[in-house]
Design a protein around this ligand. Structure first.
Ligand code: BGC
Ligand code: BGC
Length: 614
């Protein structure tokens, strides 16, 4: 539910009544059929489409990045959408400044003759992660470990409220990739390596979109990246998925079919190729399979500057625009070169290279979602949700997700759970006291970063608040100062933040030298060592795990590190199950459930307290 607007009717300026969500029809009858919320959406779309010029239609299909577009541009070029790339935020980075920015753009859009509102897209991929102060939920790999689709739906709802509070209407989530090779830097964006697990977690779409798109705090969801992004050879980002169509359909298609069944509003195309053909030009998979066979009626959006890649040369040409739009792309994410795109698309239509029916279909799909979202009636930011940003309720939900996502892989002699009272506990490791590290990529910036990048609770702080009186917690990042007087040592180690491309690991998938040295320092004292792995994927630890007393996979928990302590100290017994097969060695990649390879820990593995130890 967004805020009402002023309706401009020719020379007549009237105001739609501004009270509450339960408003029936505007106080003043809308002048034109498409402005009348009492009419069916399809009728409104037909009426509007009939009034649109080619320039209006071309503009609707164009999405520009906030840094390279102004409100005046939106008016002159009649653009349909604006996005924030990873970390692209107004200054100051507050929900109010985001809402002001959004309203400013929206005023530009509403100054066009037909007053068509923009839709604003953002990567709210684990909470509304670009907006400072937002609750940062675990990345999808951890949510997959919870095996709890109802919890994931609640996370979608909480995220939608925080997105709404900052003024945006559309998230580029969920990623429904089925990550098959852990070398891929986007493995953590995957709910799991099987078709079933990401399919089950499409409940997050119900959370984002609410029961109806024009309901309170509903935001449009995006199933991405269609299709086969997690199946590339070698796990190379934006690579080539070289499998049969039967395997593509069996492994990678089901989550998208589930998303379409749930009414997902948009689908983002993958940078990757299928057997050498770029998805962004793949008419069969986009138009025939997605829109035809699966019956997807929302709109298809391209990935960031992805049409540039169709011919393998830098930048894009008119021919690439023709290929992409004719393949079935409806909205084009042309972040910086949107003016060139507008002129190429217009020329291509005028030259008959793209049929008008394709342009009308794209517009119909985009406008239908805008009407369904209620953007024509309430185009401005709904600031009443700003108080939900980083709220105590949402942080409590995130903490619950963190504890449910912990996967206990080893617990020799039942060293866990740790007693809360008495003695001394030593905590070490580069990820013990680093909210940036525990949050991973797509946190305030595109690639994420180390340090106190966002407010929250580090794993160390969670441990300190879990212990009762009489227990001393000593922390040193590299383990310096430990001696045999401690009753337990917790090493919080693993990966540091990365996102797409930079996160690909072609060599070792093991711990780095600093982590190994930290653990060795703890072990040398004879104190039982509990290793907590903060990572975006399974790591190659087979050679070391025999020396550790316990191993807990924490994934990328986000801002609420106390959820890790909830499990370490037994307030909650671990229930997480592996969403990915855990390799015996990096050479086994890709290794997946049912492929006959012998893993270190199989898909679905996870101990709890009071059960057999390993
Ligand atoms: C990513 C998408 C993301 C888009 C916008 C691309 O580089 O692949 O997942 O939604 O950028 O930030
Ligand atoms: C943007 C991301 C985008 C990426 C693609 C970055 O500059 O911030 O949103 O996904 O570029 O290369």
């Amino acid at each position: 539910m967004r805020m009402p607007r002023v309706v401009l009717t020719g020379l007549l300026l009237t105001t739609v009544a501004v009270v509450g969500p339960a408003l029936p029809t505007p106080a003043v009858a809308a002048a034109l059929p498409y402005q009348d919320p009492a009419l069916p959406v399809a009728t409104r779309v037909d009426d509007l489409l009939a009034r649109m010029t080619l320039d209006d239609k071309v503009g609707q299909m164009t999405q520009a990045e906030r840094k390279v577009v102004t409100a005046a541009d939106l008016t002159s070029y009649r653009l349909g959408s604006v996005l924030s790339g990873g970390g692209s935020a107004p200054s100051p980075n507050t929900p109010a400044a985001w809402a002001d920015m959004y309203d400013g753009f929206q005023r530009g859009a509403l100054a066009t003759p037909l007053q068509i509102p923009i839709i604003y897209g953002i990567d709210a991929v684990h909470g509304n992660n670009n907006v400072y102060g937002s609750t940062i939920f675990p990345h999808n790999i951890g949510l997959g470990a919870t095996r709890d689709p109802a919890l994931v739906q609640r996370i979608g709802r909480a995220t939608a409220e925080e997105v709404t509070g900052a003024g945006q209407d559309w998230t580029f989530a969920p990623c429904l990739c089925v990550a098959r090779n852990d070398r891929w830097g986007r493995t953590y964006e995957s709910f799991g390596e099987t078709a079933e697990l990401p399919s089950a977690m499409t409940t997050i779409i119900d959370g984002f979109q609410g029961t109806t798109l024009d309901g309170p705090a509903s935001v449009l969801a995006t199933a991405k990246h269609y299709l086969g992004d997690g199946g590339t050879t070698g796990g190379t980002d934006q690579g080539n998925t070289q499998i049969s169509e039967a395997e593509l359909r069996a492994i990678h298609l089901p989550p998208f079919a589930a998303a379409v069944d749930r009414g997902v509003g948009s689908v983002m195309i993958s940078y990757s190729s299928f057997n050498g053909s770029r998805l962004h030009g793949h008419k069969y998979l986009i138009t025939d399979v997605l829109k035809g066979e699966l019956g997807f009626s929302g709109f298809v959006v391209s990935d960031w500057a992805a049409i540039d890649q169709l011919d393998g040369q830098r930048g894009f040409t008119q021919a690439e625009v023709v290929t992409a739009v004719n393949a079935g792309l409806d909205m084009l994410m042309v972040p910086t070169d949107w003016k060139t795109f507008v002129s190429y698309l217009r020329s291509a239509v005028q030259a008959g290279q793209i049929p008008m029916s394709r342009i009308d279909d794209a517009n119909r799909r985009i406008l239908t979602k805008k009407f369904e979202l209620g953007l024509f009636e309430r185009p401005y930011a709904d600031r009443s949700y700003a108080s939900t940003v980083g709220s105590a309720d949402h942080r409590a939900l995130a903490r619950q997700a963190v504890r449910q996502s912990q996967v206990l892989l080893k617990n020799a002699g039942g060293v866990l759970p740790l007693a809360k009272t008495g003695g001394k506990i030593f905590v070490a490791g580069k990820n013990a006291d680093d909210i940036g590290n525990q949050s991973g990529g797509w946190t305030l910036s595109w690639q994420g970063g180390s340090g106190n990048t966002v407010p929250g609770t580090s794993i160390l702080t969670g441990i300190r608040s879990a212990v009762g009186g009489g227990t001393t917690v000593t922390y040193h990042r590299d383990g310096t100062g430990i001696d045999s007087s401690y009753r337990a040592a917790i090493a919080v180690v693993g990966e540091t933040p990365y996102a797409e491309y930079s996160g690909d690991r072609t060599g070792s998938l093991g711990l780095d030298a600093a982590d190994l040295a930290t653990i060795a320092r703890l072990r040398a004292t004879g104190v039982p060592v509990i290793v907590v792995l903060v990572s975006g994927r399974p790591l190659d630890v087979a050679a070391e795990v025999g020396n550790w007393n316990a191993l807990l996979a924490a994934w990328l928990p986000g801002s609420e590190g106390a959820g890790v302590a909830d499990v370490l100290f037994g307030d909650h017994a671990p229930t997480g199950k592996l969403p990915m097969t855990w390799m015996q060695s990096a050479a086994q990649q890709p290794i997946n459930d049912g492929d006959g390879k012998t893993p270190l820990f199989q898909y679905g593995y996870g101990l709890t307290y009071g059960t057999a130890t390993r």
